[in-house]
Design a protein. Sequence first.
Length: 256
Amino acid sequence: MSGKKQSNGRLVVGGPAQANLLPPEVGIAAQARVMRRTASVLVVLSVVLVLAAYAAVSVLTVVEQGRLDAANLRTDELVQEQSKYSEVQQVQSMLAAANAAQQVGTSTEIDWKAYLVSIQKSLPSGTLVTNVSAETATPIADFVQPSVPLQGDRIGELRFTATSTSLPNVETWLDALAKLTGYVDATPGSVSLNPQSGLYEVTITMHINADALLLRFDEEALAAREQAAADKEAATEDAASTDDGSSTDAGTSGDE
């Protein structure tokens, strides 16, 4: 008796009878063969990919090794070329050491001649600076700092005798000395009259700070000091301008 079969949405009556009489093992074996073929293809593709990657890495390694060899060769050439100027390098090292020694050796240098001239010019006419003695710090020893509070740091001490034909106004002298570069403080001794010369004599002890240093071979420190001095001067001018403005405003308010 023919069976019924639905095809393309239609019901077919009386179609040929179909039956699969093969044992299930045959179908399983066929599926296994397909899976084995697929696995073999995948293995072959994996091997091909691995070989391709290995080849690419090998080529890249050869290229990089070539670059490394070229760089090593260039380095050897530069070293050989540099060896020709070993004496120049030694001279440069000696110059650097000499410059460093100069910088350290002159780190506490003061132009005493110019500084004494500035002291002489600050005092009134008819006054003469004599009997000068100085004590300063050295590159290997600091100057002794004061133990009294509120006294400024100093790098040296200058003692001198100032003579005058008339009774000196010591306070005016000290005010003039306070305007000198590097001034910290000054202490006068007693005023005495020398009977032999007929001159009044005053011994003054003056302390100075790092602003008095010459700094001939330390351009960086010299530039920093000049910048600090310029900033201080600008701040003083700004303060003076502010004070003048406040005085003008106060005067205007008083007039009103």
